[in-house]
Design a protein around this ligand. Structure first.
Ligand code: GLU
Length: 592
């Protein structure tokens, strides 16, 4: 086994990254990120593009970036680095993702030049029924009524997914990949500004005595920014998985603790059992792909709607010349929002777990179909929402639409290793701090709230209704773009942000691939989304300046904070790498 001693591993700029983070964590708000350039073209603080020759990681926290970087330097693959960075993220960004949750992973294999995807989505316990989120009077529960406690906890899939990917693409010993997370949990890490902020805002976490004792001080205040937080329980969990493998999570003492926590919640218990944990399987799936201009773009297949909906949005935009056309900005904006609307109408209607529902994936991406849908878009007027779904009639009649909203946690990382392997991975515990249930030093997910709370509408079943052992529909959209001709990867990208992920990723792809914007600017640009309802523009950015003109076209406009967390790497023509991290979160890029 290769073991890298943290003391032996010294890279000057990484040490300075760590101190930069500590400084950042302690600095007053106005001088928070002194590594960033003062401003971008539209006033948002950009994190400058990072360039390197061989390998790179872009991830939501500097300590996770360091850990992943270290593995890449030691000859680990992009999968090895992803596992390592994920374990650190679980510790330092506990609100977003972890072994109590799930995720999706895409990998580009440089030998076969193929993209493979892994589904580690949480799964509903065997004992659930379609009325899981209905009150006694038949109405649906309020979101937090369902979320807080054991009810919405799905069978965690992250570890099984990482294990499967590691069997296929790992090079370093499994146990090594848990070392940094375990050591950091033992020694402590500085509470980041974002973690502090979210702890302050949260109304439910304190109700769990274990979470309260860990995240808050004796006066029930969140630990301050920069506070060195130790998590011996998490260190112990990682040490168990290190030595006993993934089985120690799904079969051992950790399984006992998880089942007990979920089923013995005093007011909102859940139905997770030992049998559920033991039988969980991560799934290798074919990705969904579309040829778009000179590119071949692949994303996550159902149960995520991320891939299909990003690709539909792009497919609907393909007719427009977005590169050379002197089209006014407002026209492009309007067209993009209309395309998003149409993509969401199909998403809400058709997409669910494909092992339970036949999703017409090929039909929805067929070029004839997209050309037909595209004719609905008009330049001078907006489509009235909700736009009804298209798709094959037989399928359409089988289901009613579902507009289930998503929460605001989740995290995305992009990695390229020195052998040309590319990873795009989005992981989640759903809402920030998940179900607000802490066990073994980590938080349990509330991913089952991604199901439709209502099983049917007007007597017609909803495709994404709760069913035993089914996976809830997701919006996560890890994406890898290849050059169509050479099959060479050119971009890896993804983001958190609930169902807005689809818009964040689609908009960034257009900015990079069509408008040829530098990656840092592409992901920092003001967001705009339409999820088959109101048009949302990101508050305080140049996107909000379009408000009056969009309203004149008939859009119902809302200004919103839109906290994406886009982390992306471009593989340039000459093989060099250019990486960017979203200025809206705490991520960084490291490479060599
Ligand atoms: N649960 C969401 C999904 O799977 C992600 C939540 C988020 O991004 O905040 O699509």
């Amino acid at each position: 086994m290769l073991f890298i001693s943290p003391t032996r591993f010294k890279v000057g700029f990484m040490a300075s990254m760590a101190s930069a983070f500590l400084l950042m964590a302690c600095a007053p708000a106005h001088q928070k990120d002194h590594r960033a350039t003062p401003e971008s073209a539209h006033g948002r603080t950009l994190k400058p593009l990072v360039k390197s020759q061989k390998a790179m990681i872009s991830v939501a926290n500097p300590l996770a970036a360091q850990a992943g970087y270290k593995i890449l330097r030691a000859g680990g693959t992009a999968i090895d680095a992803a596992i390592t960075a994920q374990m650190v993220l679980n510790l330092v960004e506990p609100q977003s993702s972890g072994i109590g949750g799930g995720g999706f992973l895409l990998v580009y294999d440089p030998h076969t030049k193929k993209i493979i995807s892994y589904d580690g989505r949480e799964t509903a316990p065997k004992k659930v029924t379609p009325s899981l989120f209905l009150k006694e009077n038949g109405e649906k529960m309020a979101f937090f009524e369902a979320t807080v406690g054991g009810r919405a906890v799905g069978i965690p899939g992250l570890l099984k997914m990482l294990q499967l990917a590691h069997q296929d693409y790992g090079r370093l010993d499994w146990s090594l990949l848990f070392e940094d997370g375990a050591q950091l949990a033992e020694k402590g890490f500085p509470v980041s500004p974002r973690l502090h902020h979210l702890l302050k805002k949260d109304r439910f976490l304190k109700k769990d005595p274990i979470a309260k004792a860990y995240f808050y001080n004796k006066s029930a205040q969140p630990h301050p920014v920069g506070h060195l937080l130790k998590n011996p329980a998490f260190a112990q969990s990682l040490r168990q998985i290190q030595s006993g493998g993934v089985d120690s999570f799904y079969f051992g003492q950790l399984a006992d603790k998880i089942v007990d926590k979920v089923t013995s919640h005093p007011t909102n218990p859940g139905l997770l059992s030992h049998g559920d944990l033991m039988s969980y399987k991560a799934i290798k799936r074919a990705p969904v792909c579309l040829d778009y201009r000179s590119y071949h773009i692949c994303g996550m297949a159902p149960p995520s709607s991320g891939g299909l909906s990003v690709l539909q949005t792009l497919g609907l935009m393909e007719k427009y010349d977005l590169n050379n056309d002197p089209k006014p900005l407002i026209d492009r904006t309007h067209l993009f929002l209309e395309a998003s609307k149409l993509a969401f109408s199909d998403r809400n209607h058709f997409i669910a777990d494909p092992d339970f529902v036949k999703v017409p994936t090929d039909e929805l991406l067929a070029s004839n179909y997209l050309i037909g849908r595209q004719t609905l878009i008009q330049h001078n007027q907006t489509l009235k929402t909700p736009v009804p779904a298209g798709g094959p009639l037989l399928y359409r009649q089988a289901f009613a639409p579902d507009n289930t909203e998503h929460g605001l946690s989740t995290t995305h990382m992009s990695i390229v290793d020195s052998q040309g392997m590319v990873v795009s991975m989005t992981t989640s515990i759903e809402n920030a701090f998940g179900a607000r249930q802490m066990v073994g030093g980590f938080l349990l997910n509330n991913q089952l709230t991604d199901f439709s709370f209502l099983p049917e509408k007007n007597g017609v079943k909803i495709a994404n209704r709760v069913e035993p052992l089914k996976r809830p529909r997701s919006s996560m959209a890890p994406t890898i773009v290849l050059d169509q001709e050479t099959k060479r990867p050119v971009l890896t990208i993804g983001s958190p942000g609930g169902s807005r992920i689809i818009g964040y990723v689609a908009q960034s792809l257009i900015a990079v691939l069509d408008e040829k914007k530098p990656l840092d600017q592409a992901i920092a640009q003001g967001h705009m989304t339409n999820r088959n309802g109101a048009t949302e523009l990101e508050k305080g950015t140049e996107a909000a300046h379009n408000r009056a003109q969009l309203e004149a076209l008939g859009h119902q406009v809302k200004l919103k904070d839109m906290t994406s967390g886009l982390h992306a790497i471009q593989i340039l023509q000459d093989g060099r790498l250019a990486g960017a991290a979203d200025p809206r979160r705490e991520g960084v890029v490291l490479g060599y």
